[in-house]
Design a protein around this ligand. Structure first.
Ligand code: ZN
Length: 339
């Protein structure tokens, strides 16, 4: 654990995190403003403890504009049967609550991106305080963490589940077992760019917690099909941990296509501001040098379009969603299918 995370959190839970039973309440994040001098931000939390078994942290709303996971987890929490439990579930359905209520990736209070804020800061901005609480209070209680994302407003993803490549063989086997159990159409292990240490995934790795990241659609919209997939996936992954029995109305996992994402060549970036006309679709297989799309320049309409090309082969795992693209925006991410 880092020095930062060792400081005592200033967030207080209205519910006991450890006692048996099912409780819904709030994490009270102190936030003193012009309108509310002694106020706090209410981050919803559900804790269910029963029998004996592992502890699992369920997270949605890590990014506020990624909705399928939030809805799936709300439905799951409302239907939770604590009598069937063998262990503990801690659910944050709206982890970065200010971002969730604003329908934005980042918090409107501090501009904070929760998934770039770990290990956080006990006395930092609201987003930093949430990250710190998760890393110093919640994750140390857990053996597993399921984190439900989607592409949000700026990306659209092929529905899939991924995890950082674990070094340890046992953790790697369990991670792959849970990815398969979730049952999304695609799943695999990834190496984060520059070893990114600020994500919940990195925090879980620091604490030896087995972690899955679901990516479910995107574009800032909601798909009923993907909500259903997410809820079933969570139930199947939880059954694989042993914390809950298999749910009678949840269908078995479909066959999943494995993939990997390694290195910067898997990413295509925009190098000028313009309107991006994509030439390929999600799930398309592409080759190095293949045109990825054309960039048009409304401020200089007579200028010839710039053709953007793929640098490596792979399957299109995600694409930029809005039409306008600026220098530095990610246009595509590719995955290498494992045969
Ligand atoms: Zn996300």
């Amino acid at each position: 654990m880092t020095t930062m995370a060792a400081a005592t959190s200033r967030i207080a839970s209205t519910v006991d995190l450890d006692a048996p039973g099912l409780r819904h309440g709030y994490l009270k994040l102190p936030h003193s403003t012009h309108d509310s001098a002694y106020g706090w931000i209410p981050i919803p939390v559900t804790v269910a403890v029963g029998g004996s078994g592992p502890s699992v942290l369920l997270v949605a709303g890590n990014h506020g504009d990624e909705y399928e996971g939030q809805i799936a987890l709300m439905k799951f929490v409302r239907a939770l049967d604590v009598a069937a439990l063998q262990g503990r579930l801690i659910a944050l359905t709206a982890a970065n609550f200010p971002a969730v209520m604003a329908g934005r990736r980042v918090s409107p209070i501090d501009g904070g991106n929760l998934n770039r804020a770990f290990p956080g800061n006990a006395s930092g901005t609201p987003t930093e305080m949430i990250a710190h609480y998760i890393e110093s209070v919640l994750l140390p209680r857990c053996q597993y963490c399921l984190d439900l994302h989607s592409g949000g407003s700026s990306l659209e993803y092929v529905p899939h589940v991924h995890a950082r490549q674990p070094d340890d063989e046992e953790r790697r086997a369990m991670t792959l077992k849970l990815i398969a159990a979730f049952g999304a159409p695609y799943g695999g292990l990834v190496r984060p760019l520059q070893g990114e240490p600020r994500t919940l995934s990195a925090a879980a790795e620091r604490l030896g917690v087995i972690y899955l990241n679901a990516e479910l659609g995107g574009g800032g919209t909601i798909s009923h099909e993907l909500v259903t997939m997410a809820e079933a996936g969570v139930r199947r992954a939880l059954a694989a941990t042993g914390v809950l029995p298999a749910h009678p109305s949840t269908p078995p996992a479909r066959t999943m296509r494995p993939f990997s994402v390694e290195g910067t060549a898997n990413y295509v970036y925009c190098l000028e501001d313009g309107l991006f006309e994509p030439f390929v679709r999600l799930c398309d297989d592409v080759q190095p040098g293949q045109p990825a799309g054309a960039l048009h320049f409304p401020d200089t309409p007579w200028r010839r379009e710039e053709i953007v090309r793929f640098e490596s082969a792979g399957m299109v795992l995600c694409r930029r969603f809005p039409g306008w693209a600026r220098r530095g925006d990610c246009l595509y991410q590719l995955a290498s299918l494992v045969t």
